[in-house]
Design a protein around this ligand. Structure first.
Ligand code: SF4
Ligand code: SF4
Length: 369
């Protein structure tokens, strides 16, 4: 569909079973690429560079270097849609961290997170916090009385005093105060920034310096914050004095996006040390204090049958979907519930369980089994 001459499936070497399962199925124009066990190997820009040698310029897309890159779940969903016309109605996610029985489950979209987390046994910390996504790039959830969406990642449960949680909860004024007080311009955040290493202008040390002086600095340096992947290497790994250049970048991004500003800049030469400065995952696990939670989360293929699902009308880039059902309608799993607005970019929403529509609002549609 994208006219690709070659297909590459990128694995880390540790996924021995998956590699063995895929190897015999490869077409003649496909190959497996073994990624080093480094972070952020899953950042698509870094994956592309490691698997093909091509470097995506700053503020550009993979297609600009002739690459289409997708994760496994997206490819599964694509295959189901193309081969069987099946819409996306379920999500596979891992529940790990401070739980008695880490687990990977597939649940209908819209299932309350609380119910999904309960599948991982008991929570083993008195004051749990919940991160949606990985420990480096995940977002802190403001509670678990919310539904699973098409983009919900793995859920990590962590204690209140865990470094990952303390980072997330640190108020922005504290981030700025620490940056102003102790940034020694050691440049480590820049030297270890994966985007900088592959030739992007992004220079977190200079951005911190500019932010500390009322955003005085070369405009393109500040605007390059828009190209930050939010991988958190600068915050969780590089900075010796606990500054978060990433949070400063995120704040700048919000400001620039509100102003409609854009970054324009060329790809620069690759740092000759790039390959050696990416962070081994094992060392990162130790640094983040997540080694005690680094356990297998086996796939449980038993089905989940929630009593109710809440389907958000915006689970995607673009406009919220428009409901095409009313309260009281009986719907079947897979049935269209909300349509893309005319002339807009968006995605349809389908029923993830069979039942009756029990609520329709501007934000969501509720289906009760
Ligand atoms: S690593 Fe920390 S101290 Fe060094 S330049 Fe970056 S923000 Fe400043
Ligand atoms: S979070 Fe930090 S290390 Fe990662 S891309 Fe942004 S500036 Fe670079």
């Amino acid at each position: 569909a994208v006219g690709a001459r070659e297909g590459i499936i990128a694995f880390k070497a540790k996924y021995v079973e998956a590699i063995a399962a895929v190897q015999p199925l490869l077409a003649s124009n496909m190959r497996i690429h073994i990624l080093k066990d480094i972070y952020p190997a899953g950042d698509e820009v870094i994956t592309i560079w490691m698997a093909t040698g091509r470097r995506v310029p700053p503020a550009a897309l993979p297609k600009d270097v002739g690459v289409a890159v997708n994760n496994v779940l997206t490819l599964i969903n694509l295959a189901r849609a193309v081969d069987h016309g099946t819409p996306v109605t379920e999500r596979t996610l891992t529940i790990s961290g401070a739980v008695s029985d880490p687990i990977t489950v597939t649940v209908p979209i819209g299932t309350p997170l609380r119910d999904v987390i309960a599948r991982a046994g008991s929570i083993t910390t008195a004051k749990p916090y919940f991160v949606n996504g990985g420990p480096m790039m995940g977002k802190l959830l403001d509670g678990i009385d919310q539904p699973v969406t098409k983009t919900t990642g793995g859920i990590i449960v962590l204690p209140e005093d865990h470094i990952v949680i303390r980072r997330h909860r640190q108020p922005m004024r504290d981030v700025m105060a620490i940056a102003r007080a102790v940034c020694e311009q050691c440049n480590l955040c820049t030297e270890l920034c994966p985007r900088h290493l592959i030739g992007h202008e992004l220079h977190p040390a200079l951005i911190v310096r500019s932010a500390n002086y009322h955003d005085i600095g070369k405009p393109s340096v500040l605007l390059s914050a828009l190209t930050c992947s939010e991988c958190a290497i600068c915050e969780q790994w590089a900075c010796p004095v606990n500054i978060s250049p990433m949070r400063i970048n995120v704040a700048l991004k919000e400001k620039f996006r509100a102003e409609g500003a854009r970054y324009v800049g060329d790809l620069r030469p690759l740092d000759p040390m790039a390959e050696h400065r990416l962070v081994p995952t094992s060392r990162l696990v130790t640094r983040l204090g997540i080694a005690p939670y680094n356990k297998k989360a086996p796939l449980d293929e038993s089905e989940t049958h929630p009593a109710m699902v809440v389907l958000n009308l915006r689970q995607h880039v673009g406009a919220a979907a428009l409901p095409v059902v009313q309260v009281g309608d009986v719907v079947q799993r897979g049935q269209l519930l909300a349509e893309i607005p005319p002339e807009a970019l968006g995605a349809r929403i389908h029923a993830s369980i069979s039942g009756r529509v029990s609520a329709v609002s501007s934000q969501s549609i509720t289906v009760t089994a």
